[in-house]
Every structure is written in structure tokens, then in C-alpha cells.
Ligand binder design. Structure first.
Ligand SMILES: Cc1ncc(COP(=O)(O)O)c(C=O)c1O
Length: 404
């Protein structure tokens, strides 16, 4: 007897979209072995070394109540908004107002609430492939239709022609992510200016504004002394989405924001729509202590020079072994080509050497695998022989047939 699913079609659509992700978390070799002592975990951007001491100091300092409202219900705390606006004024050279900063529980919540506020039934939201795992599911969760546009394969830059072709009278928003996970690409100013022109022109043609969600989660993880060009400099209807989870490597201490530039025409309405989503979505504001700590945390960053040394060392070592791998401009990921077209099979082979990486197929980059550079130097030392041995094996053997 077939029983009807008790869940709404949208819930079922979400489970289908996230099926591979869920399997990787529950049924994979990684899921089984990730807590074994001695394994080398390069899968996610999780910290593998002790946190910056300033983080605990800030949390301890601000966890001591200074008045009876210390732990009361909080919206976006004015001190946190002011600290973020000041930092953005300095970093982006744009006079952001404190009231236009919405404090969120990371970029996850910033993206989800912005999409829920801006898009709904009948709307389309364009995103770039390869995307971060959850964009498509978040668009579906907002009731809108996801429209996928592939990046340029050789340069990893935006494919502006394909993007222009994807804009329709129903387009409500476009999501871009620079520095880009997983390629490490930073979109150059010329690309961003052409993107802004495209979006302004399409908004005008369709008589309906298109918003740009700029996922800037890695904007402070850039290498070789590069500047970080943000789309907000060229397009006024940009929502800057940020998380402290990457810059400080504290993804479990949920903290981030959405910032609206003073040039956004209807920003009071956008602000209110997001605020309402935060409330009815489950009071999605960062906890009081994290908000008080923002000014202290803004001043901290993980050691990007050290990350860069790890990048350079691993890129050189992997190339020397014979892997094809490009040098990322930002983020903390490397994206080598898999010597077998079946990247899942190759990641299983690496797992026999206790090395765990993200299969490219899980990030819409089949034929590749992703390595997180949040690994310690000691993990890299121990992993390099395994990477070499796996490549040597892959060159002389075909992938074993999958069991069952
Ligand atoms: C591109 C991108 N956007 C958003 C997020 C979410 O960040 P957080 O969990 O800190 O909110 C991540 C985390 O991996 C990411 O890589």
C-alpha cells in the first residue's frame, strides 16, 4: 500500500534538493569515520586549530551584565549596527548608516531572510553555478523559482551573456558570491560594473527592480594583497551579506549581517521586510553577548598570511606530484582536478589514506575535489604522502566498481 507523504510539496522538493548533502552527512564514509582519531579532515571550513584568543576574551568581557536588560530580547543592537557601519564605511568607502545594518545569525540567515523578504511565488532568483550548497534550496524555501547560470569555465568569472539571457520579467534577485566558494575567484571591477549595467537595464525594461544579493562571506580572506571589489560599489540595489564565521573561524558562534547601502532607493521597505522575516522566522537575531562583542570582534581576523602560506605550499606540492590545480585568489579552498573523472571514487580512494575532502560532484564541480585550507600545518604534513600515493594509484588503476 502506498502511503501519501504527510509533508507539503515544498518540503519534499527541499529534501530532494538536499538529498546528496544529507547523505554525505549521514551515510558516507566521511560520516562514519569523521570522528576517528588521526583522520585528516579537509572537508568543510571548520577550525582545526585553537581559536584566536581575542574571541574568548571578547565573549567573556561582554557576558558580564552591565544592567538588568543585558539579556533581554534583542533586535539588531545599536552598538553592533554602529560598529559594522563604521567598519564598512572604512572598508567599502560608502557611507553606510547604522540603521541599515541588520544583524543576523551568520550569512546563512542573512541569505535566507533576504530571500524570504524579497522573493515569493511567481518570482525567479538567479544564482551562479557552482553555487554554495544551500542557495537553490533557500530560493525554493522562499517559494520562488531558482534559475541556474553557469560561470565561465576557464576563468571562473561571471558569464554575463548567459546571465543577461537568464533575466526575465519575473526575476526578483540575483545571488553572487565573491570571493567565490569553491573556485576562490574574485570578480574584477570591470565584471561588476557590467553586471550593474545589466541589472539596471533589465530592471528598467521590466519595470521592476532586481536586487543583488552579494554573498561576501570571504571578503576578508583574500590573498597576495589584493583589494576586494564589492558589487555594492556599482549597484545601489545590492544587499551585502556577511558572516563573522569565516574571518574569525567561529562558524558555531552564529554572527553576521545584511547591509543596505544609502543609495538603495527603497531601503526602508527592504529593511522592514527583512526585520519581519527575522521575527516570524523564529526571532533570528544573534544572541545579545555576540552583538555586544561586535566592535571587539570586528578588529580581529585569522592569520591570512598563514593561510596564504598553506595555499602556496599545498598548490606547489600538489602540482609537483602531478595534480592540476589553480591558485585561488581568496577563500580558504583549493579545487584540484580529480585524476579520475569520478571524483566520488577518488575521494573514497583518498579516504583509504585517512584523507577526507569534498567531492566536486557535491558542489556542482564534477571531476574536481575541494580541500579546505583551515587544516593545520601538521595535518598538511601528514596528508601530502597520501595525496601522492592516491594519485600514483589512480594513474595506473581504474576506479573499483561500486559495491552492490
Ligand atoms: C559562500 C558561502 N556563503 C554562506 C556561508 C554561510 O556562512 P555561515 O555559516 O557563517 O553563516 C558559507 C559557509 O560555508 C559559504 O561558503
Amino acid at each position: 500500500m502506498s502511503s501519501a507523504s504527510p509533508f507539503a510539496p515544498r518540503t519534499r522538493a527541499l529534501s530532494q534538493l538536499l538529498e546528496r548533502f544529507l547523505q554525505s552527512q549521514t551515510e558516507s564514509t566521511y560520516a562514519r569515520r569523521q570522528h576517528e582519531p588521526g583522520i585528516l579532515d579537509f572537508v568543510l571550513g571548520n577550525p582545526q586549530e585553537p581559536p584566536l584568543p581575542g574571541i574568548a576574551a571578547a565573549i567573556q568581557r561582554w557576558s558580564v551584565p552591565q544592567d538588568s536588560h543585558w539579556f533581554a530580547y534583542k533586535l539588531s543592537e545599536p552598538e553592533a549596527q554602529a560598529a559594522v557601519a563604521a567598519a564598512l564605511r572604512e572598508r567599502r568607502g560608502i557611507p553606510f548608516a547604522a540603521e541599515d545594518i541588520l544583524m543576523t545569525t551568520g550569512a546563512f540567515a542573512g541569505l535566507a531572510n533576504a530571500l524570504l523578504a524579497l522573493a515569493g511565488e511567481g518570482d525567479e532568483v538567479v544564482f551562479i553555478s557552482p553555487p554554495w550548497f544551500f542557495y537553490e534550496a533557500m530560493i525554493v524555501a522562499a517559494g520562488a523559482t531558482p534559475v541556474r547560470v553557469r560561470m565561465q569555465p576557464d576563468t571562473f568569472d561571471l558569464d554575463l551573456e548567459a546571465l543577461a539571457a537568464a533575466l526575465s520579467p519575473r526575476t526578483r534577485a540575483v545571488i553572487v558570491n565573491s570571493p567565490h566558494n569553491p573556485t576562490g575567484k574574485i570578480y574584477p571591477p570591470a565584471t561588476l560594473e557590467r553586471l550593474a549595467a545589466l541589472l539596471s537595464e533589465a530592471s528598467q525594461r521590466h519595470g521592476r527592480p532586481i536586487y543583488l544579493l552579494s554573498d561576501e562571506s570571504y571578503s576578508r580572506i583574500v590573498y597576495d594583497g589584493r583589494p576586494y571589489p564589492s558589487p555594492v560599489a556599482s549597484y545601489p540595489r545590492t544587499l551585502v551579506v556577511y558572516t563573522f564565521g569565516k574571518t574569525l573561524l567561529i562558524p558555531g558562534q552564529r554572527l553576521g549581517y545584511i547591509a543596505l547601502p544609502p543609495t538603495m532607493p527603497e531601503r526602508a521597505e527592504v529593511r522592514l521586510a527583512i526585520l519581519l522575516r527575522q521575527v516570524v522566522g523564529g526571532y533570528g537575531f544573534p544572541n545579545a553577548v555576540m552583538q555586544y562583542a561586535v566592535a571587539d570582534l570586528e578588529a580581529l581576523t585569522i592569520d591570512v598570511a598563514h593561510l596564504q602560506r598553506k595555499r602556496d605550499r599545498m598548490v606547489a606540492a600538489l602540482r609537483e606530484m602531478g595534480y592540476a590545480v589553480h591558485t585561488p585568489e581568496g577563500t580558504f579552498y583549493l579545487l584540484p582536478r580529480s585524476p579520475w573523472a569520478d571524483d566520488l571514487a577518488f575521494t573514497e580512494l583518498l579516504a583509504t589514506h585517512d584523507i577526507f575532502v569534498l567531492p566536486g560532484a557535491q558542489a556542482e564541480m564534477p571531476g574536481h575535489f575541494r580541500i579546505s585550507l583551515t587544516a593545520s600545518d601538521e595535518m598538511i604534513d601528514r596528508a601530502l604522502p597520501g595525496f601522492a600515493a592516491a594519485l600514483a594509484h589512480a594513474r595506473t588503476h581504474a576506479p573499483a566498481a561500486a559495491d552492490g
